[in-house]
Design a protein around this ligand. Structure first.
Ligand SMILES: [Zn+2]
Length: 572
């Protein structure tokens, strides 16, 4: 019983830390220091921009453009417009939104420049789109990004600029990046602005809350990442997310600047997913803390970029990630092999210190880790089907259900791992299991270090303390189990934070993706579990968890269409 209690304390601590690490900072009031980013100040702009829906071509869109032009001029920018007609696909989308004059509409982007001391230097650009979809005030998407850019321009005085500051407020992003593509596709003789930009920061949202993730960079971003590591005090990024995002079909305005080869960072907050393109995405509904987090990070980057005489040069990518939102680690990917070697040394050391393990049983325990992953994947898949994924779904209704879908995925993870424990052969010793699970995770880490070395920290960082604890426990059980508890708190918090990120990006279609964390979670929890738990209560727990999951799934399936779904997509 004491062991179960210990496990629950560790799980509660890890959950609490992960929860804290997934929250944005508090918004700063409008009265804080003038050189700081204040979401309180920026929200005043959000209220102007997101007073009502303002899709491309609408009167509200024209009003927003006029207001932004005035704001930019007040901050010392010279402002011009770039207007282009919409391509056929954009016309089609706008017409589907109910605009009878769609084919006569133009995307009218704002191009604003505030000169620095040396206009010959490559400029730094902030970019956000000022159009919304039809029927949504768009306070998150992307009034928040636009307002953040204005607040950054206010916080950095022109006198601190060694180089020009460019602000691009694009139009018709929601119709297929029309404004941004026009800016970055233009040959230099027609429109020289794209050719003048050295580093660009894009500010986006998909939802109305959560931490603002730095989720995409230009290629060869080694030096950009070094700057991010050194300058950003409240980081949220991981190289693995950046690499996975590259494989997804999603796009933002940054897609256009990246295709042109311009260096830069892409930020977005994706929590509060129900507010994506939603009629409920009003200024009062979005989390000002998310805006604060995006602004804090972008200001921390823009300030040094504007001040230095030489911008970061292209450099090979690094392995990097934030640690529970507190700090960023970044290093050349090859250093990851040192971590692999250290973990292997811990494993060998523990194996030599103990005699109570057998090779065949260790191999069986490695298989347990694989079984756990498969069980989690299958249970998450089945739960998702039951929740309605087997039929016609409304994308926005599914986004609104995401918190429940996340809880379901968490329950599937707990049920899958518990089932594995119940099915594991009884003759295995604690050390058969511990060594086997550690060896499996080491193998996975080696595979990751070979296939995607920049993403290896995701596994390497939680695994290293767990392996150290194991090596200590092999000689000094008492100290070892304390260390194992600490490693589990840290590791499970890191896994939960990452799992939340994974579910925010792919949770409505493939929540089973979190199964990749199952072998690591099982290893972290292993030393805290009773040595040979009785089978029957474990199976009862699995049944109970599956029942709760099924109940949640039916709730998602049977509840009415969420009031937050996009106005143009009510019955899809
Ligand atoms: Zn957007």
């Amino acid at each position: 019983m004491a062991r179960w209690l210990g496990l629950f304390i560790v799980l509660a601590l890890a959950g609490g830390i992960a929860w804290r690490a997934s929250l944005p900072p508090s918004p700063q009031s409008a009265t804080i220091a003038a050189d700081a980013f204040s979401a309180g100040r920026a929200m005043a702009d959000v209220r102007v921009i997101a007073a009502r829906p303002h899709p491309t071509g609408s009167a509200a869109n024209t009003d927003v453009r006029a207001a932004l032009t005035a704001r930019l001029r007040a901050h010392g920018f010279s402002v011009r417009t770039q207007a282009v007609f919409l391509p056929p696909r954009a016309v089609k989308r706008l017409a589907a939104w109910g605009d009878p004059d769609a084919r006569f509409r133009q995307a009218v982007s704002l191009i604003a420049v505030r000169p620095g001391r040396n206009p010959a230097l490559p400029a730094v650009a902030l970019m956000a789109h000022y159009d919304s979809v039809a029927g949504s005030p768009g306070a998150g998407d992307d009034a928040a990004g636009v307002a953040a850019a204005l607040e950054i321009a206010r916080a950095i005085p022109a006198s601190a600029q060694a180089r020009d500051l460019v602000i691009l407020f694009t139009d018709a992003e929601e119709l297929g990046l029309v404004g941004a593509r026009a800016i970055f596709a233009a040959p230099p003789q027609d429109d020289p602005i794209a050719a003048r930009i050295g580093v660009l920061i894009n500010l986006e949202t998909r939802g109305g809350g959560g931490r603002a993730l730095m989720f995409e960079t230009s290629r060869d971003a080694g030096n950009l990442i070094r700057l991010y590591r050194d300058a950003v005090p409240t980081p949220a990024t991981t190289a693995l997310a950046v690499k996975i995002y590259e494989l997804l079909p999603n796009s933002t305005d940054f897609t256009a600047s990246k295709a042109r080869g311009i260096a830069g960072y892409n930020f977005a907050f994706t929590g509060g997913a129900a507010l994506y393109h939603s009629p409920l995405a009003t200024p009062d509904a979005i989390d000002a803390g998310s805006l604060q987090h995006m602004g804090d990070q972008a200001l921390a980057l823009a300030r040094p970029l504007l001040a230095v005489s030489a911008l970061p040069a292209p450099a090979p990518d690094l392995a990097y990630g934030d640690i529970l939102g507190l700090t960023t680690l970044a290093y050349a990917p090859a250093w990851g092999w040192l971590i692999v070697a250290a973990i292997a040394a811990c494993l060998v050391s523990a194996g030599r210190a103990r005699r109570d393990w057998r090779g065949a049983r260790v191999a069986g325990a490695m298989l347990d880790g694989v079984v756990a992953a498969a069980a989690v994947a299958v249970l998450a898949y089945l739960g998702n089907l039951l929740s309605g994924a087997d039929g016609k779904t409304n994308y926005y209704d599914r986004l609104a259900a995401l918190p429940r879908l996340e809880v379901m995925a968490l329950i599937a993870a707990a049920a899958g791992i518990t089932l594995t424990l119940a099915l594991a052969p009884r003759h295995r010793s604690r050390w058969d299991g511990w060594l086997g699970l550690a060896a499996l995770n080491l193998l996975l880490l080696v595979a990751l270090q070979i296939a995607l070395p920049v993403g290896a920290p995701v596994l390497a960082w939680p695994l290293l303390p767990a392996a150290l604890a194991m090596a200590v426990a092999a000689r000094s059980p008492r100290t070892g189990s304390l260390l194992a508890g600490a490693a589990a708190v840290f590791g499970l918090a890191a896994v939960a934070t990452l799992g939340h990120l994974v579910l925010l990006s792919v949770g409505i279609a493939t929540p089973g993706a979190i199964a990749v964390f199952a072998p690591l979670a099982l290893l972290l929890a292993w030393p805290l579990l009773p040595e040979k738990p009785t089978r029957r209560p474990l199976l009862s727990a699995v049944a109970l968890l599956c029942g709760v999951q099924a109940g949640l799934a039916l709730w998602v399936r049977l509840d009415p269409l969420a009031p937050s779904v996009a106005a143009y997509d009510p019955l899809a």
